[in-house]
Design a protein around this ligand. Sequence first.
Ligand code: MGD
Ligand code: MGD
Ligand code: SF4
Ligand code: MO
Length: 730
Amino acid sequence: MAKVPASLESLTEEYGPHLNYTPPGGWQDAAHEGPEKLVKTHCCFCGQQCGIQLRVRGSRVVGFEPWEDFPFNRGMLCPKGVKRYLQGSHPDRLLDPLLRSDHGFRKATWDEALDFTARRLREIQERYGKDAVAIYGGASLTTEKAYLLGKFARVALGTRHIDYNGRLCMVSAGVAYKLALGIDRSPLPWSDIPKAQVLLIVGANIGECAPITTDYVWRCRENGGKLIVADPRMTPITRNADLYLPVRPGTDLALLLGMLHVILREGLEDREFIQAHTTGFAEVAASVQGWDPRTAAEYSGVPPEAIERAARWFAEAGRAIALHARGTEHQSKGVENCLAIINLCLATGNIGRAGAGCAMITGQGNGQGGREHGQKCDQLPGARSLLDPEARAHVARVWGIQPEELPQAGLTAEEIMEAIHRGEIKALLSMCFNPLVSLPDANYTREALEGLEFFGVVDFFLSETAQLADVVLAGSLQEEEEGVTCSTEGRVIHIQKAVDPPGNAREDSWIYCELARRLGKGRYFSFTSPREIFDELREASRGGVADYYGITYEKIDRQMGVFWPCPSLDHPGTPRLYEDLHFHQPDGKARFLVTEWRESGDPVDRDYPVYLTTGRVVSQYLSGTQTRRIGALVDQYPEPRVEMHPRLASRLGIAQDDWVTVATRRTEITLRASVVRTIRPDTVFIPYHWPHDRSANRLTHRTLDPRSKIPEFKVSACRVQKAARPGGKA
Ligand SMILES: Nc1nc2c(c(=O)[nH]1)N[C@H]1C(S)=C(S)[C@@H](COP(=O)(O)OP(=O)(O)OC[C@H]3O[C@@H](n4cnc5c(=O)[nH]c(N)nc54)[C@H](O)[C@@H]3O)O[C@H]1N2
Ligand SMILES: Nc1nc2c(c(=O)[nH]1)N[C@H]1C(S)=C(S)[C@@H](COP(=O)(O)OP(=O)(O)OC[C@H]3O[C@@H](n4cnc5c(=O)[nH]c(N)nc54)[C@H](O)[C@@H]3O)O[C@H]1N2
Ligand code: SF4
Ligand SMILES: [Mo]
């Protein structure tokens, strides 16, 4: 049955006095709330996890100060980091649980909202079986919350189906690193970046999306390092590149295979390293034979000479690093792309030493930590496999249950949405995920969500997805609960609690413990603080790949972060992996793996002749729930634009600021054009931070990488036309 979404307007009407909640003394002048204090913590946004000091007065965060001593960013922050503090007192903050009524939402008490949620979950499980309920988590959550969600799904609900929004983000890299090297973590600390003689950056808009990493790249260049950038768009960092590879969307693999071909043809590989520390080289060498630079150029659109030059520079450098992000991972061959990058590093002996290697740049604040301790559908804490009997026995012991009680592996995030659409999964409880904006093919996602028998959301703002929920539980911002996250480098850091959640909002972990109690499983969730959750997590991860046993909050504070694995209390942590050239494989050797070319899931043709790619702009964050509410950030980039090259624009009769309709095999949307010379003439780009009729994800398709199950956000086929006005066509 279709549900009428409660709009923000109707919410304001219903919920008016509470939306305008004002703390005692008012938001404006809280001086009477006592002296100001500074709290050393980290930015809630991207995976850089910059150190920041929050200025706290009484019950609220009123500003920020740089934290000069934190080694990663040394006081530097990007525009999002300096504005993040404005969320806490935002008038849209959810301050009470909400229950759907005949006219939108109404305010509820916690007992009412939690009893209702537990009752609906129980009823649906009794009627349709345990797996009819699914849990969504997110990688902006602290590691404690992510761990708690994994345990909640398996112990409180006994469902197989839990997955998280990191499935839309990093999983192609994760699968590839695990397959080839054995560990899903960047092998190097960022302090290695300035030491490289060549930096190859593939599909990463570092200037806008990992702004503080730019400083590391510039230091590399100041040391004489060369910079190669592969992207269909000349992003800000490309201005200082020594070599730009204008790769066609979805064809990184051809480019990378071409580079390996050149390296082997010219005998530039490191035979000694290959022989001593790897397996599978012969098969990979044979597989790149057909990928001469001309062939690679035909597929990728990168000139053959540029492919040759990139290959030579990378192989001839004594120390080379390849950095990659979603440009190369958001593809239906995202895993192959990452494996091909690793193959380049293995072939040239670039790994396990200072200034050499490969690394994925993580996306969300806890993009790394959020994928280590159990909110992935096939994973137990410590990055253990749910399929491994020993791992099941260990974790079951820590949790006080029998291994047989642990469910089997479940579906991934997009697969869960498809099972909802098919009517197999009937209930969803989602925290820290805005699937209506962030999953591909948004109309399909909406149909699925509207068909749920029960939908609960935990958020601190009424996201577009939450507007479709039956119950919205008012949760907490990052600074409202203590915990840890793990940064892009693999550094576990300490998130300090600065303030309590406002009004009747509650700490996220309290909400799940209370629900567990109402589901009759309270004895497994008797935590009274995040520290207790962390201590259990340390035990659960002990002996696993992501071993946190030796990490404590105090040690993190003392050392300004601890790199995992850290197996014992006296262990200093592991900034660089594989320094002994022993890889995390049964034979200790890294694996070369063959990567085969295949077409994208939504190929261009006569009817849809232009590539559509999607991504980010510097001032907005993800589905925009948070940043679209911060005025100063909205002003920087108020609406999504269709970025296109002047050549494509003039062929279609389109000028700067014209309205244009972009149509794919799903549907069409109409936005203004931004005509720029910095994009391939066969490609348009739309940032995806907006909902509804401005949502790039109405256009994208649901093809997944078969191994990582990441959607192909970076490649769709489209048609572009000038439009007379918004919503209309020329
Ligand atoms: N300002 C800002 N910063 C963020 C975020 C945000 O939303 N806003 N989100 C955070 C998160 S969760 C993530 S995952 C990261 C993402 O960080 P990035 O991966 O750097 O960002 P994207 O814009 O998704 O894509 C990166 C680049 O890929 C290019 N690209 C598109 N198609 C292809 C292709 O086929 N091949 C190649 N090689 N490149 C291609 C795009 O032109 C774009 O410049 O950023 C994090 N930081
Ligand atoms: N077309 C296209 N689509 C994409 C991408 C792309 O490049 N192109 N990128 C993909 C990527 S890389 C990512 S990571 C996803 C992100 O996808 P989303 O899941 O949409 O990410 P967010 O916008 O962070 O949504 C998280 C929600 O959780 C809330 N939230 C944040 N922190 C907390 C917390 O600590 N507690 C609670 N209770 N709630 C919290 C926020 O208010 C927000 O409503 O989008 C993906 N979608
Ligand atoms: S780079 Fe990332 S972590 Fe650092 S201030 Fe900007 S958004 Fe925050
Ligand atoms: Mo991401």
